[in-house]
Ligand binder design. Sequence first.
Ligand code: C2E
Ligand code: MG
Ligand code: MG
Length: 422
Amino acid sequence: MNSNQVPTASIQDSSILVVDDTPNNLYLLTQTLERQSYQVRTAISGRMALSMAEMYLPDLILLDIRMPGMDGYEVCTKLKENPITWEIPVLFISASGDVAGKVTAFSVGGVDYINKPFELIEVLARVETHLKMRSLQKQLQAQNISLQKEISEISGFNHQLCDALRLNVQRQGFELYYQPIVNLLTERVEGFEALIRWYDPKLGFISPIEFIPLAESTGLILPLGEWVIAEATKQLGIWVRKFTHLPNLTININVSAKQLSDPNLVDYVCQSIRDANLSFSQVRLEITESAVIENQENVIKVLELLTSLGIKICIDDFGIGYSSLRRLHDFPISILKIDQSFIRNGEWVIVNAICQLAKALKMEVVPEGIETKEQLEKILETEACDRGQGYHFAKPMPVLATEAYIEKARKRDSQKAENNNV
Ligand code: C2E
Ligand code: MG
Ligand code: MG
């Protein structure tokens, strides 16, 4: 077969999930469908349907609308929101034949609508049609993936990853993890760095090191970056209200060079901070050395504006770029984050030199990637770093784990205080 030809769709052995709270309907539909050699599974409630859909990934779902508890519309909405089940076609079956009900069925993502009492012959015809379409869709997707693989091998550009990224930006399907930034002397948490995470059901976990450059080259970094800013500030606002013993907690947000050239950046950052009820001094933006060097004309204005509001600017991964010291001094930078490679390789002479430089420029230094007690002791010897970050203190964590970490630290501190009072 020529690679451009689409093979004919096969629907033999297709699997169908039938959802209905009436046993009679279930029985009738199951019998009829099984006679056509389809594999049929049944669910008698919305909740059951959702877990079975995720577990068995049927080729099609026949879904009753009126069910106690979760109705068919809600089930369909949830299926479409879930990246694992969103592609499964949903056919609604309902006794109420009113137009509004039909419109809702399509608006929540249904592909078809069958009126009750149904004619079995009609159900079969519609099921067959949608299974054929689904099968064709799957074959086209498979072909598309193999074609894209060929193209990315030739061009060096990963189209599959790019499409998945675009879709995930639209769906806002990312998650932020939070890594504590601690006071090096007390080891108490003073802030967090927000780090983005992406799990794709087909591609697995994808590192930001892989997809951030792709987001930058495709322009997707702008909507993606806006989401990160809104989400990270919102989360800090929640924590400041929830953990009243930490009113001055700070959040570090990574911002790419492309975002610094976005005329909406300042407005967006300000709006997010206001919406989250935070003060400007609680937000730090991390930029790389290259972002400063590459487009300095506009960038300097943006950074000055942000700084004048009270937002602090950090240079991330400091030491591995090529910024001249002179130029660094021209920018309103408050914090240097020492690149973790210096800590990992034990290059203490360089770490020391960066600390002295920062001191002279009246900047704060934050070493990254502190993994061991020995590394922490070496850093404390420099007497220049107040805060630091690394696996020695904590790894980046999802929201709930971060809250458990804060809670545990609070209990440990109050226990210590009690012991001191005894
Ligand atoms: P980064 O901003 O320098 O973040 C620090 C990275 O080092 C994170 O990797 C963190 O998980 C890791 N790390 C922290 N402590 C240790 C340690 O003790 N040992 C080791 N080996 N690693 C440690 P991650 O999360 O994979 O992020 C990689 C890079 O992706 C970040 O480097 C940042 O440049 C970029 N990135 C992450 N989230 C965002 C985002 O929301 N926006 C943008 N523009 N870039 C982001
Ligand atoms: Mg960073
Ligand atoms: Mg870094």
